[in-house]
Ligand binder design. Sequence first.
Ligand code: GLN
Length: 191
Amino acid sequence: MEIGVLALQGDFLEHCQILQALDVSPRLVKLPRDLSGLKGLIIPGGESTTIGKLAVAFNMIEPLRLFGQTQAVWGTCAGAIFLSKDAKSDQPLLNLMDIEVERNAFGRQVDSFEIDLQAPFLDKGNHKPFHAVFIRAPIIKSVNGRAQNLLMLPDGRIVAARQDKLLATSFHPELTVDIRFHQFFLEMTKS
Ligand code: GLN
């Protein structure tokens, strides 16, 4: 199986490494033709304004929108912002997920943090928490339409959401050694 990783900016190589550990071939996606035949695409963390500007420059906005209407797409952190319909900011967005996000909701780089979250949907029976890494992360302020809240911080703020074959996480599963979120997304690509 081959899964695309948007490689315009950000930590796409870390996603590639986890995919390889799962025996999946990552395909770096930079141009519209790179999407051809893929069943899933990961949009990495980085800087959402830069990813958006480069996507405009490479004529990727419309092809990515069309792709996300039928195939699985997962955005981590900046990728989640780029997937959203509303980021309260003047920047190119894919407008695919019916979520409203607030960028840099926890403050600056020095306010980055890590926390263990209970995520029972990741595995049946085994309730090992997921170690979530937040780096100048957004929160998902609201989930609307068909989008659903998947994971919250202990204070109730939403940090992961799903809408059919679209997945958004405020944090970076690619920066941990825990492969379960990537496995979860791979299952979504098959649905
Ligand atoms: N703060 C970045 C943004 O708004 C996201 C940071 C990240 O992806 N770690 O795009």
